[in-house]
Design a protein around this ligand. Structure first.
Ligand code: SF4
Ligand code: SF4
Length: 288
């Protein structure tokens, strides 16, 4: 995907026309902390929110609402003649749009997709409204906590992938010369999100998308730390029971599936990630 990289000093037509164009026919991915923020705005439980408003097992908002004049369906959280029904709790993707946030080699860049400013397509009058610096726009949109949550979930994704590596490389599994684990990792990287969600299974899907965290949930750092602890303790219980190579293989594949599922929710490219991880595993003695 071609992107335009931005400096935070760039001035762009970021004054929204408020037409709701970008609340139609979009791919809005969310992380578990954002699910809690959105559920809170709707005054329902995270589970109810996931079941009512999400697909892909809880990491994407549903866009099955009333179509606009071009037949593009609205986000299910969009209300006609009003706008976003969860404005204060809206996720990072919505706060940033038409911008995006790209993290490569630990460097963060703000971007927009393509070479032409995205709003011009659906809202051409945006060019007549005041220009805004990227830096100012981020402040207006109050992205800071949401960016912190995205960064923390990136770390959690890597943590879970590390468990998958450990089960393959630090046990007798890789030494045994087995080749099926990396093969299954690659299949997971190519699976559609719904298939991946099914492979993970409801129990782990719930640990991942609906962690039971009540205290300090407004603080993304406290929340993601508590979520890390939950995932680690659940993984440890599983690891403690493993004995055979088949069990190690299955656990490694499960952990990789969970890491890749989380990768989708934070907007990472899971195909590229899994290829990178397979290469790393091979360089450390695993076979395919
Ligand atoms: S496309 Fe741009 S200008 Fe139009 S509603 Fe969305 S953010 Fe606002
Ligand atoms: S969550 Fe709100 S801002 Fe985001 S797409 Fe849905 S209605 Fe639009």
């Amino acid at each position: 995907m071609e992107v335009t990289k931005l400096s935070i000093q760039d001035k762009l037509p970021l004054t929204c026309t408020r037409s709701g164009t970008c609340c139609h026919d979009k791919n809005v991915l969310i992380n578990p902390w954002e699910t809690v923020c959105l559920a809170n705005e709707k005054k329902i439980t995270p589970r109810e929110f996931r079941d009512l408003y999400c697909d892909f097992g809880g990491i994407r908002l549903k866009f099955k609402g009333k179509p606009d004049s071009n037949g593009k369906q609205a986000c299910d959280l969009y209300t006609d003649n009003f706008g976003c029904s969860v404005h204060l709790g809206r996720p990072l993707a919505c706060r940033l749009f038409p911008l995006g946030r790209q993290i490569q080699n630990e460097e963060v860049n703000y971007i927009f997709e393509g070479k032409i400013f995205p709003c011009i397509n659906g809202c051409p009058s945006v060019v007549d409204l005041p220009l805004v610096k990227v830096e100012e726009y981020l402040k207006q949109q109050k992205t800071i906590h949401f960016e912190a949550a995205q960064d923390a979930y990136l770390d959690i994704m890597q943590d879970i992938a590390d468990i998958a590596f450990m089960l393959l490389l630090d046990t007798q599994l890789a030494e045994s010369g087995e080749t099926n684990t990396l093969k299954q990792w690659r299949i997971l990287g190519n699976d559609e999100p719904e298939i991946l969600a099914k492979k993970i299974g409801n129990e782990w899907l719930d640990y991942l998308t609906l962690p039971e965290i009540v205290d300090n949930w407004e603080d993304p750092i406290a929340f993601t730390q508590a979520h890390t602890n939950i995932l680690h303790s659940k993984a440890q219980v599983k690891i403690d029971c493993l004995q055979t190579n088949l069990e190690l293989h299955e656990a490694s594949v499960l952990m990789m599936g969970i890491a890749l599922f989380l990768a989708i929710g934070i907007g990472a490219n899971k195909k590229e990630l899994v290829e990178l991880w397979i290469e790393t595993a091979k360089n450390n003695g695993a076979k395919e």
